[in-house]
Every structure is written in structure tokens, then in C-alpha cells.
Design a protein around this ligand. Structure first.
Ligand SMILES: [Fe+2]
Ligand SMILES: [Fe+2]
Length: 197
């Protein structure tokens, strides 16, 4: 992986930059998602370099302050409803503006995959699904159901998206917190895959 085609930085320089943006723990997770994304790309005949970069950068903005996110929402005239949500939604939907500013990344497909990596979408590209699923199953993840998610991801990205979204919706309902409407759209768009074998 060089990534220079997309950001004019070698992978090594990019890693140095990431160390100034996120904690060691987060970087470890991002590297895990990079690896899982490359793997999922390989078994789904997708461009591994593109998937790897999207996976590596997906949480680039996760540690920005709320104030920074709110300022970006104003600066780029984003949907004002975003202000009613929080970091979980912002670090993807708003984070891509920080990534464009800091790294000059312009690839629309990579930016889109990062944009929706926590909420999904009713229409997901292969790259969108790869990053969404890789984030859930990367090797450092350890929660009940992760092994099942990994098994499903080996067979079908669509089923893995369905499984992950159903569990996310369940988890959020259990915590009695609001669910971002786009997450529910993703659930509705993929739920049929839960019943097929
Ligand atoms: Fe994330
Ligand atoms: Fe993540």
C-alpha cells in the first residue's frame, strides 16, 4: 500500500500524521480496520489500495472536539439537523470535511465510505460495505457476536451489513438513546438479508 495516488503522502508519512491526530489506541483500531478492509476487498474483487486507505482513515476525525464539529457544520453549510446529534454521527458525516482540509483527499468514493461508516445507507457501494463491516469485525474488536459477524462477512458483505445494523439498532434501543434516521434506513434496506440463507 502506498496511498500516494490519493493523498500525495506515503503510507509511512500518513501514519506519522495520524499519530498527531488520534490516540495510540485509536490508531491501533484504524490499522485493524485497514487490514480488515484490505482482506474484504481481496475476497470481494475490490481495489485493495482504495479499501485500505478508506479503512485506515475512517476514524481520522473521531477525537475532534464538539466545538470543532459544530464549526465545520457551519463552515460547510451542512444540514443543521446534524447539530442535534453527537460525535458518533459527526466523526463520519462531518469528519470527511476535516479529512479533505488536512489531507487533500478528493476521491469521492473513499470520502463517501468514511462519511457513512457509522450510519450506513440504503444504497451502499462495495467500498461503503467494506469499511462499514471492517470497522465492526477488525481483529481488536471483542464483543458478543463478533465471531458470528466475522463468519458472515466471509460469505456475504450484504448479510454482514444486515447483521451489524440489526445489532447496532438493538444496542441503541437497549441503551434507550435516539437512533439516527439513516441508521434505520440502512436497517430497512438490508433486513431481508437476515432471513435468507
Ligand atoms: Fe468510527
Ligand atoms: Fe472505527
Amino acid at each position: 500500500m502506498t496511498y500516494e495516488t490519493y493523498i500525495g503522502l506515503t503510507r509511512e508519512s500518513l501514519l506519522e500524521k495520524l499519530q498527531t491526530q488520534v490516540s495510540q489506541k485509536r490508531l491501533k483500531h484504524m490499522l485493524g480496520v485497514e487490514k480488515a478492509s484490505v482482506y474484504l476487498a481481496e475476497i470481494n474483487d475490490y481495489d485493495a489500495e482504495k479499501a485500505g486507505l478508506a479503512g485506515l482513515l475512517h476514524d481520522y476525525a473521531k477525537e475532534l472536539s464538539d466545538e470543532e464539529f459544530l464549526a465545520l457544520i457551519d463552515k460547510y453549510d451542512l444540514n443543521p439537523d446534524l447539530k442535534n446529534w453527537g460525535n458518533e454521527v459527526w466523526h463520519g458525516m462531518v469528519g470527511i470535511y476535516k479529512i479533505q482540509e488536512d489531507l487533500g483527499l478528493t476521491d469521492k468514493e473513499i470520502l463517501r465510505a468514511i462519511e457513512i461508516h457509522t450510519v450506513g445507507s440504503s444504497h451502499m457501494t462495495t467500498l461503503d460495505k467494506i469499511v462499514y463491516v471492517a470497522d465492526y469485525i477488525e481483529a481488536n474488536r471483542d464483543f458478543p457476536g463478533v465471531d458470528r459477524a466475522r463468519e458472515i462477512a466471509e460469505k456475504s458483505l450484504d448479510k454482514a451489513v444486515a447483521y451489524e445494523t440489526a445489532h447496532t439498532v438493538e444496542h441503541l434501543a437497549h441503551l434507550a438513546v435516539p437512533i439516527y434516521p439513516q441508521t434505520l434506513e440502512t436497517y430497512n434496506a438490508y433486513v431481508d438479508y437476515l432471513r435468507e440463507d
